[in-house]
Every structure is written in C-alpha cells, then in structure tokens.
Design a binder for this molecule. Structure first.
Ligand code: FES
Length: 105
C-alpha cells in the first residue's frame, strides 16, 4: 500500500505502508515529524494528521479517547482530523493523501 504524505513544509512524498504497521508507525519510520510521545495509545496527539473527508468516512467512528484529544487541538478539523496511531492499514487506503498537522504549542 503506497500513500502520499504532505509534510509541514508542503513537500509531498510517496511512502510504502507495510502490513502490521499503524499509520503513525509508517510516518515515524519514514522520518516525518511525528513524535508519537505516547507510543500510540491515543494520549499525546503528536501524531495528528488530516485525511480526505471521504477516507475518514470509510474508517468508521473515532474512539471517545481519540475524539476528546483531537478536540483539544487548535488545528482540529471535525471532517478530516485523525490520530494516525489509531488508523490501521487496509488495502482500500492505497493511494490516499495524508497531511501532517501543524505542530501545537
Ligand atoms: Fe500519541 Fe497517537 S502517538 S496519540
């Protein structure tokens, strides 16, 4: 599964999303600025990304933990925001665009 990632400086790069990895792990392992300081447990929000609304709609609802944390983010967009550690790989996500959210204070 190949995804297109747009970094904070607007640069776009295609990366391979390997089976068994969360989206956060794929971004972090490809040197995008994803701190993932909580290790992927939906409690730090440093893995915040934006996906296309149509993609978000196919992923199903966010957990209450994820939603609460996202709502605290300045850049939160109800239609496109996700915590990338909570997004599992799936064939239907081939070719999606993932935009890294701005850094929060
Ligand atoms: Fe901390 Fe996703 S890695 S919320």
């Amino acid at each position: 599964t190949t995804i297109n990632v747009v970094d904070r400086d607007g640069q776009r790069r295609g990366v391979e999303w390997e089976p068994g990895q969360s989206l956060m792990e794929t971004l972090r392992d490809n040197d995008f600025p994803i701190l993932a300081s909580c290790g992927g447990t939906a409690s730090c929000a440093t893995c915040h990304v934006f996906l296309d609304k149509a993609v978000v709609d196919t992923l199903g609802p966010r957990s209450s933990d994820e939603l609460e944390l996202l709502e605290e983010q300045e850049a939160y967009d109800p239609e496109t925001s996700r915590l990338s550690c909570q997004v599992e790989r799936c064939e239907s996500l081939d070719g999606i665009t993932v935009t890294i959210a701005p850094e929060e204070d």
